[in-house]
Write a protein that binds this ligand. Structure first.
Ligand code: NAD
Length: 425
């Protein structure tokens, strides 16, 4: 079993113990309901053999409603990782008070090596492989690492062709032109900002409320990139950003909005990925990616991948708050070190739930044929995130625990109550 899967189980088991759950219930919730594994073929250059890539869809629990969770394309993805991510979705949707269960999918592939045509073929083939178990009332996928609105558009189209009817509610995170929701693109980042704002209101340490708080972000994709811009607009000083190729740093602050716009322009002109360092073109100091942990930021935002803050680097972190925008970025060993260092970690299932709340609103609009204004969507996300934060804050006091355990207790409690009511346990 991978560390990440073990870690997510450990977090669940701590909450289960605090709630006094029976062994049979713990056993049932420690494993997914279903794990579908299949292969995706890709036609390569003319005359060449077809290449095959492993793919999967894992459904963890659906007591609260249809399964829900993203699909990632990544060369390091494996079944254990997807099982861990699927369980995180169960806890996340529960904590956010949504009528969804938890799922996740992946294709073990490096999209950087694919042409647009090949990416489309992989996306459509994924739907063919998983068609039987997904659908608007069964399991609704969304974007995750290396998948975006365009991928969701191809997938929705393929699903609709096989189903024989246009089915926009089968996927979320689609382009607005074909039933996507306004605001969904920035929903995860926006929700993280709402939670951070509520956290700062609740912080006893009043010092935290004053002055320019500085932030370092690892990952500038959909989540990290949008959050960097929102934080900058909100008056925070973004002092460091990193991507898979390295970090950039400026004590005076980085103009994240401008830099990411330059990066986008270079990418659309050249048709390939441009690193942050290249986009910065000498304007900011360039560092090795792992140096980001040691920088003097007040807030650290891991927004890339799991298992990034470990027993090895947690000791070096100088930040006072960690906002987990990635799924599972802090290992349990690191968690213990951070507690001793009095660094508050706002857990993933709370901090990054804005994305699935946005997806929920998209799904509702698709089912009812509505098309809401962005203002309405963001106001709903803000309200949900606000509510979730204060539920967790209350449980933290009631159970005298840390933020992560409190979030899990709230999430597990709702799932178990629903299982009791439906007569599953
Ligand atoms: P993305 O593919 O858009 O971006 C990923 C970013 O991480 C890129 O900037 C990439 O360069 C960077 N990265 C990858 N490896 C890195 C490394 N070793 N060091 C530094 N940077 C690295 O993905 P995303 O959608 O922004 O997702 C990021 C995280 O947030 C994932 O953990 C994902 O599961 C989680 N998440 C995403 C959403 C969503 O709505 N997209 C919702 C909830 C949680």
């Amino acid at each position: 079993m991978s560390n990440f899967l073990q870690n997510t189980k450990l977090n669940f088991q701590k909450a289960a113990k605090a709630l006094g759950l029976k062994e049979a219930v713990i056993f049932r919730l420690s494993k997914p309901d279903k794990a579908l594994e299949f292969e995706i073929s890709l036609k390569t250059a003319k005359g060449m053999k077809k290449k095959k890539f492993p793919a999967c869809r894992v459904q963890h629990n659906n007591v609260l409603g249809p399964y829900k969770g993203g699909i990632r394309f990544h060369p390091d993805s494996d079944l254990d990782e997807v099982k861990a991510l699927a369980s995180l979705m169960t806890w996340k949707t529960s904590l956010a008070g949504l009528p969804f269960g938890g799922a996740k999918g992946a294709v073990k592939i490096d999209p950087k090596e694919l042409s647009q045509k090949e990416l489309e073929e992989i996306s459509r083939n994924y739907v063919r492989g998983a068609f039987e178990i997904i659908g608007p009332q069964k399991d609704i996928p969304a974007p995750d690492v290396n998948t975006d609105a365009q991928v969701m558009a191809w997938m929705t189209d393929e699903y609709s062709k096989i189903a024989g009817l246009w089915s926009p509610a089968a996927f979320t995170g689609k382009p607005v032109e074909i039933g996507g929701s306004r605001g969904r693109e920035i929903a995860t980042a926006f929700g993280g900002f709402s939670v951070l704002r509520e956290y700062l209101k609740s912080a006893r340490d009043l010092e935290l409320l004053g002055g320019d708080l500085s932030v370092a972000l690892q990952g500038v994709g959909n989540v990290g990139g949008n959050l960097a811009k929102i934080l900058q607009q909100g008056g925070f000083k973004v002092i460091a950003l990193s991507d898979s190729r390295g970090a950039i740093y400026s004590e005076e602050g980085i103009d994240a909005g401008r830099l990411l716009k330059i990066q986008e322009e270079i990418e659309s002109a050249g048709g390939k990925k441009c690193s942050l360092a290249d986009a910065a073109a000498g304007k900011y100091e360039v560092l090795a990616g792992e140096k980001i942990w040691e920088l003097p930021a007040d807030i650290f935002v891991p927004a890339a991948l799991e298992n990034q803050i470990t027993g090895d680097n947690a000791r070096k972190i100088k930040a006072r708050i960690i906002l987990e925008m990635a799924n599972g970025p802090v290992t349990p060993e690191a968690d213990e070190i951070l507690v001793k260092k009095k660094i508050d970690v706002i857990p993933d299932i709370l901090a990054n739930a804005g994305g699935v709340v946005g997806s929920y609103l998209e799904w509702i609009q698709n089912l009812q044929g509505y098309c809401w204004e962005e203002e309405r969507v963001l106001a709903e996300i803000d309200k949900k995130m606000n509510e979730s934060f204060w539920i967790v804050s209350k449980i933290k006091q009631e159970y005298k625990t840390g933020w992560r355990e409190a979030a899990y207790i709230a999430a597990v409690k709702r799932v178990v109550r629903a299982m009791e009511l439906r007569g599953w346990i």
